[in-house]
Design a protein around this ligand. Structure first.
Ligand SMILES: C=C(O[C@H]1C=CC=C(C(=O)O)[C@@H]1O)C(=O)O
Length: 409
């Protein structure tokens, strides 16, 4: 791994711009509670679709849509270039570690480095097209509650969109940096898919699966939402958070779903911690952590198997899964695309030399197309849901990214 101190902190920005103008798929991410910013470029103009097998795949970045029943729809951005940007101890200069650098003769790399000083490609104008209206969402929630009363399913996660025209000075890399600063505990990402003309950005609070270099597998059940601030705008202490029966039940569905997945593969030895209150940006959730030592149980492929079984969990879909999915697809009225899918680094080396895979649920996310951002937010509907409150909850969720965009929404 070569490390170079960069005098000029615009290098990362120039690299992004150059990859954009050459239409190379690119992923930029920062793991929770870390300072390293990872930068990956793939020279395949259209990322291959591939089932995620952590044992088989090389280094790359997984990006899955919500609808991915057999796992074959996951885009895999192969790491042709992987740099890690970090700050030194005095927090002044960014430095770069070149984890994967293409050969200096590689024509794609030559084009990329030649384009380093190029300006951002000009933005086209896009008009607000379709976003969910409150009355439509409230009607949808009422319809779901009727289905729950008829015993069709017990929980369904319904979602909506909100669109914002971005200011003319909007730029992905500086927005990514702002998200990293505002949400140190989130998985912050920006994924550019030039073949679709979109960049997806987000600050996710939810791990779907991870497996570290010591063989420790982790997943979590995250659900139940309330503002992290009281009526006077003061941050509520997590130890003083009060939860209603509705949220407690809503979150327990997710824990139960994960444990059922483990039962299917006869894994009984797991550590379960929680539920506890956690802060995620402007919100609080209930979270149960599940941890398994894959070496002790001799199950090295656990993360691969569980990714297949878990997605989509009851935190983004519902219970039972098949009935909740059918309701979402028939009634939500728009295509979730990559919202509530999953994303994250696969077999990626960190600055300390260890290789890890960490996959997150694509929440608190937005799709950027030209000057238009589409924000996505969902909420768990149970028999005790109040439709107006659920709408308010989605409003709070869109604020996680909305307030960073520095725009009135
Ligand atoms: C579906 C979302 O959040 C999930 C994760 C945490 C809390 C949730 C809830 O309270 O409904 C959702 O299950 C979203 O942010 O769009």
């Amino acid at each position: 791994m070569t490390t170079t101190v960069i005098e000029n902190s615009t290098f990362r920005q120039n690299l992004w711009n150059s990859a954009q103008s050459l239409a190379f798929p690119t992923a930029l991410w920062r793991l929770p509670k870390q300072t390293e910013k990872h930068f990956l470029i793939s020279f395949d103009g259209i990322p291959q679709k591939s089932k995620i097998d952590f044992e088989e795949l090389g280094s790359g970045f997984a990006f899955s849509p919500f609808e991915n029943p057999d796992g074959q729809q996951t885009l895999f951005l192969k790491a042709d270039l992987h740099y890690i940007f970090d700050i030194n101890e005095s927090n002044t200069n960014e430095f770069v570690k070149e984890v994967i650098t293409p050969s200096a003769l590689n024509p794609n790399f030559v084009a990329l480095t030649n384009g380093l000083s190029k300006a951002n490609p000009p933005k086209q104008k896009k008009q607000i097209s379709k976003q969910t209206q409150p009355e439509d969402f409230i009607q949808l929630v009422n319809q779901a509650i009727s289905e729950i009363k008829r015993d069709v399913f017990k929980k369904v996660v319904l979602s909506r969109t909100k669109q914002i025209v971005l200011p003319s000075n909007f730029d992905v890399v500086s927005t990514f940096d702002k998200l990293c600063q505002a949400y140190p505990s989130a998985f912050v990402s920006a994924v550019s898919l030039p073949h679709l003309g979109v960049v997806w950005m987000g600050a996710s609070p939810e791990t779907l699966v991870s497996q570290d270099s010591k063989g420790i597998f982790r997943t979590m059940a995250l659900a139940g939402t309330q503002s992290a601030y009281d009526a006077d705008g003061n941050l509520i202490k997590t130890s003083e958070a009060l939860w209603r029966q509705k949220e407690i039940e809503e979150q327990s569905f997710v824990t139960r779903y994960i444990i059922n997945c483990l039962k299917k593969i006869r894994v009984r030895e797991f550590e379960e911690e929680g539920p506890k209150t956690v802060i995620a940006g402007n919100l609080m959730h209930l979270r149960t952590d599940i941890l398994i030592d894959t070496i002790a149980i001799n199950f090295p492929q656990l993360a691969t198997v569980m990714l297949d079984l878990l997605h989509p969990t009851s935190a983004v879909c519902g219970m039972p899964k098949a009935d909740a999915t059918a309701f979402i697809l028939a009634n939500e009225g728009y295509d979730r695309e990559f919202y509530s899918g999953f994303l994250g680094p696969v077999n990626i080396q960190k600055g300390n030399g260890e290789t890890e895979s960490q996959i997150f649920v694509n929440l608190r996310t937005m799709k950027v197309e030209d000057n238009l951002a589409t924000l996505y937010a969902g909420c768990g509907i149970t028999i005790d849901s109040n439709p107006e409150k659920e709408w308010q909850e989605t409003e709070m969720k869109t604020q996680t990214l909305g307030k960073i965009l520095n725009t009135e929404i």
